[in-house]
Write a protein that binds this ligand. Structure first.
Ligand code: ADP
Ligand code: MG
Ligand code: ZN
Length: 648
């Protein structure tokens, strides 16, 4: 019976979104049950032609009195017809009380009796002949399979039904209600096809995935070479970089069915349901092969086993085990590719990454400048954009954004344009959308003149240091209009992407961060809490320089290699991998670096005090000062372009 599982219809029939039957449908078994009931009822129901069940002796008596017209002999059973209807009542069973009124015995036209086979009756034929009874004999034995089926058929069906029930039940208590089926959505022709052309800036990932597409389209090419097909490919990258989009594009390019399920959907309340879902998902995909299974958010189900507690964890581990079993269970000819995506490859169970499973990794990084321009092009294609929209400039202003962020930015800009009743989405709308996304929406300007002055000098301090320090990023604009929690903003835009930072550049960044606070101190002889975030950022950067990049006075040593995953129980236990005295030296070093830079920045701003005042006054008057105006106030700036930043 178990083999029936595989009899699920294969092929490409059916459009999008259809759930494939898993094994035999429950409705089939309901039909069987109904048939059994009918069968039983028919056996119990009186025959349409009533027969008297008479003893053999009565039968002989009736022949002798010439009341039998014909007989049919089938094995040891003799049935026949009377000449005249014969009144017959079955003898009373012992112990049954005699009823008062005796009902008149029913009259029968037909009878049936049993021939005493063991005793035999050689005289019977002669007797029948002498009373001119028509005799018909029938072969008693039906073909063996018919009688076998008649005897055992109902029984077999009943057993089958119970086996099926039992299996459903063992697949998770809720099996009968279909919870055990995979919830995978199958995307076919109706689902909007995505192609690689709709994914920008993931060149290397696309190249790697092209191989998967190629295999799905021409499996023979690989099989002929005796190559083992890599069944599992893991897409790794930060959230929103287009991993899901790429997986869909692989299916779109190859033109094969796409089974999409998210790791978090696998993990359900009942133990065993997740595992059964994995099983049926793979069965469905194999039946539809060539096909793609896409497990999104693999980390939800694929976390290291043995980490964490409780029943949900058991469930997750069972699901993970089943996934491993299924991935091992592919044979060479099965053209099913499993793609998975995660942004936490570090937490995955190592067993998932072994050969034959997800042994290939495709990295999907945050887009670089060119990539962002491409993504902007894709997402502005649907918008009515004004001629002043400069995608290249926008791509520089969106450093660090993922594809999803950029898609969101384009939508935000369109919303703002609509709100402002613009005919087209212009550059101003994009600029506002960027501020909104990075810093939160603009808030009403400060009304207290004192507070405004402090903010103006604070931002001027950042801007001045950025303008006067060679090697740091150019300032794009500075404003004292509050955004989100920030009271003012100094926006720096790098003209180029950078992946590797020099000590000079990082120190210059610390200087710029400190500029706001130092300016307040020089001008007002006091400091406000507005510099809190600047200090946090500067200190964090200084600490990294010391502990990770060997840029402090402790020499080229890296401490604290892993500070990123504080929310996993088992990692909390690890703690620092250096001594208390080293910790003290690190703290010391960080402090020294910050105070050194603070002094240097103080000197820088004190010497250029006239320019600082001029900039602050312009800011108080104009609220926002852009690059062009800055050059007028501060003179031309030496540009060595680098990394992004927005300072408050
Ligand atoms: P992930 O799965 O990596 O978190 P998604 O694939 O869900 O990211 O991306 C979300 C959305 O962001 C996509 O639907 C698409 O609109 C947009 N997007 C992300 N990356 C890109 C890209 N490289 N090219 C075009 N659009 C992208
Ligand atoms: Mg995704
Ligand atoms: Zn600041």
């Amino acid at each position: 019976m178990a083999d029936k599982q595989k009899a699920a219809p294969g092929g490409q029939s059916g459009g999008a979104n259809n759930q494939r039957p898993q094994g035999l449908r429950p409705s089939f078994w309901w039909a069987v049950l109904l048939a059994l009931l009918v069968w039983n009822a028919m056996l119990l129901l009186p025959h349409s032609k009533p027969e008297a069940r008479i003893p053999y002796s009565t039968f002989l008596e009736q022949i002798r009195s010439s009341n039998v017209s014909e007989v049919v002999i089938t094995g040891s059973q003799i049935s026949g017809a009377f000449v005249k209807p014969f009144p017959w009542a079955a003898p009373k069973t012992a112990g049954q009380p005699e009823s008062g009124k005796k009902a008149a015995p029913k009259k029968y036209t037909h009878f049936v009796t049993i021939f005493p086979k063991t005793v035999g009756d050689p005289a019977l034929m002669g007797l029948l002949e002498s009373h001119h009874v028509t005799v018909e004999a029938r072969d008693s034995t039906e073909p063996w399979y018919v009688s076998l089926f008649l005897d055992w058929g109902p029984m077999l069906l009943l057993v089958g039904y119970f086996v099926w029930m039992g299996r459903q039940a063992s697949r998770g208590q809720a099996g009968l209600f279909g919870l055990g089926r995979s919830k995978a959505r199958r995307y076919g022709s109706e689902y909007p096809k995505v192609t690689f052309s709709e994914v920008a800036g993931a060149g290397e990932a696309k190249d790697d995935l092209q191989e998967v597409v190629d295999f799905l389209q021409k499996p023979q090419k690989y099989v002929r070479m005796g190559a083992r097909i890599p069944h599992g490919t893991l897409l790794v990258g930060p959230p929103g970089t287009g991993k899901t989009l790429l997986a869909r594009a692989v299916a779109g390019e190859a033109g094969v069915p796409f089974f999409h399920i998210s790791g978090s959907e696998f993990v359900e309340m009942f133990v065993g349901v997740g595992a059964s879902r994995v099983r049926s998902l793979f069965e469905e995909a194999k039946a539809a092969s060539p096909a793609i299974i896409f497990v999104d958010e693999l980390d939800a189900v694929g976390r290291r086993r043995g980490a964490g507690l409780g029943a949900t964890n058991d469930e997750r581990e069972q699901t993970l085990n089943q996934l491993l079993v299924e991935m091992d269970g592919f044979d060479v000819h099965q053209e099913v590719i499993v793609l998975a995506a995660t942004n936490r490859p570090d937490v995955l169970d190592p067993a998932l990454l072994r050969p034959g499973r997800f042994d290939r990794q495709v990295t999907v990084p945050l887009p670089d400048r060119e990539g962002r321009e491409g993504i902007l092009r894709i997402h502005t294609a649907k918008l009515p954009t004004a001629p002043d929209v400069d995608l290249q400039l926008l791509s520089r202003k969106t450093v660090g954004m993922s594809g999803a962020d950029i898609a969101n930015l384009c939508n935000e800009a369109a919303l703002l344009a609509a709100k402002g009743l613009l005919a087209q989405v212009n550059m101003a709308a994009f600029d506002e959308a960027i501020d909104r996304i990075i810093l939160g929406g603009a808030r009403p300007a400060l009304t207290d003149p004192n507070a405004r002055r402090i903010v103006a000098y604070h931002e001027s301090g950042h801007t001045m240091v950025a303008w006067l320090t060679p090697g740091t990023d150019p300032v794009h604009k500075v404003t004292i209009i509050p955004h989100g929690r920030a009271l003012g903003i100094t926006e720096q835009v790098p003209s180029e992407e950078q992946y590797n930072y020099s000590r000079t550049y990082l120190i210059a960044r610390i200087d710029v961060m400190l500029g706001g606070r130092v300016s307040e101190e020089i001008v007002f002889g006091d400091i406000t809490t507005g510099a809190e975030n600047d200090l946090i950022q500067a200190t964090r950067l200084a600490r990294r320089m010391v502990t990770r990049w060997g840029m402090g006075s402790l020499g080229p040593v890296a401490f604290d290699s892993d500070e990123q995953q504080p929310f996993l129980g088992y990692e909390l236990a690890r703690g620092k991998d250096y001594s208390e005295s080293t910790a003290a030296r690190i703290d010391n070093d960080v402090q020294k670096l910050i105070s050194e830079r603070s002094e240097i920045v103080t000197n820088l701003l004190a010497t250029a005090r006239d320019k600082l005042d001029k900039l602050a006054e312009t800011l108080l008057r104009e609220e926002t000062v852009d690059e062009t105006l800055l050059a007028q106030i501060l003179g031309p700036r030496e540009q060595i372009a680098k990394k992004p930043a927005a300072m408050s």
